[in-house]
Write a protein that binds this ligand. Structure first.
Ligand code: SF4
Length: 290
């Protein structure tokens, strides 16, 4: 039985979700309301293993598993190894296990620890550095500098585990928009993940960011400002190779790109939409989601 609310990346929509941890071990980012109602804890390994055995019995043919919640990599190595081992034994058709990991937990396991987890079946780490700009990271209380986050990204790939990176448009507001966008574009080039996605920040009630927007202390870029930010990010992504998606439900102009081939055409499209203010190219506000 999952302890709601549970979040998973869109690409894990068909995965079996197992809650190794509940909540987020950090839970302090000013823009995030996902786990506010949960106190972080690592679930007993035997409970998770019992669920794996149950899945083997009642859900044969499972191919992918996602270990929730917000930062399952915060679990001790022994717990992760036991759970991955049980998945391998009980669900032999599973081809990939994924989880969210933040910079602290990635660096705590280190390259050797992640390598060991990869050998046991860990296939992908979803990592949300959100920005490559230190001033923005400090302001949103991310708890890690851009340099630490870059080190974490490189540690995952050095261990042979696929890395999916998420960044957030609008996170520095109007005032820091260009600085955040360009630093984040450069961060992505240096991090060289397997996939990268740019989502659009959406103030959620109950978060500090929501209060700051409501009280006028933080000005969120409007949809044109968000597009300009995406353009600045792409302009700073020369040398990036691989998929770069900005097609999340929160985005105004859905783009699914493979760089470097799609970079120039995408920048030309964004410039055109910005110049013409062509609203028909944008997702209407009512159709956007988190
Ligand atoms: S953004 Fe990630 S690290 Fe920050 S509080 Fe939310 S789940 Fe935790």
């Amino acid at each position: 039985m999952l302890e709601e609310p549970v979040f998973r990346p869109p690409s894990e929509a068909r995965s079996l979700i197992l809650q190794l941890t509940v909540g987020c071990s950090w839970n302090r980012c000013t823009y995030c309301g996902m786990y506010r109602t949960k106190r972080f804890r690592v679930r007993p390994v035997e409970d998770v293993v019992a669920e794996i055995r149950g899945a083997a019995r009642y859900l044969p043919g499972v191919r992918r598993v996602f270990l929730a919640d917000g930062d399952a990599l915060a679990a001790p190595a022994e717990a992760l190894e036991a759970v991955l081992g049980a998945i391998r034994n009980e669900l032999p058709e599973v081809t990939r296990v994924g989880l969210y990991g933040d910079a602290r937990s990635i660096l705590r396991h280190g390259e050797a620890g992640l390598q060991r987890l990869r050998e046991l079946g860990l296939g992908i780490v979803y990592f949300g550095p959100e920005s490559g700009d230190d001033a923005t990271l400090r302001a949103v209380r991310k708890g890690a500098t851009a340099a630490r986050q870059l080190e974490a990204a490189r540690t995952v790939t050095a261990a042979g585990v696929r890395l999916s990176v998420m960044v957030l448009l609008g996170l520095a507001g109007v005032d820091g928009s260009e600085r955040h966008a360009r630093a984040t574009g450069r961060f992505l080039v240096e991090a060289a993940p397997s996939w990268a996605a740019a989502l659009t920040v959406t103030p959620v009630p109950g978060t500090e960011l929501f209060d700051a927007v409501r009280e006028g202390r933080f000005r969120l870029p409007d949809r044109w400002g968000m597009l300009r930010e995406l353009l600045w990010m792409l302009e700073s992504m020369e040398g990036y190779r691989g998929p770069f998606h900005a097609n999340h439900a929160s985005n105004y102009l859905p783009l699914k790109l493979r760089l470097p081939a799609d970079r120039e055409p995408a920048m030309a499209l964004i410039r055109h939409v910005l110049e013409t203010r062509d609203e028909t190219r944008l997702v209407p506000e009512w159709a956007r989601g988190l």
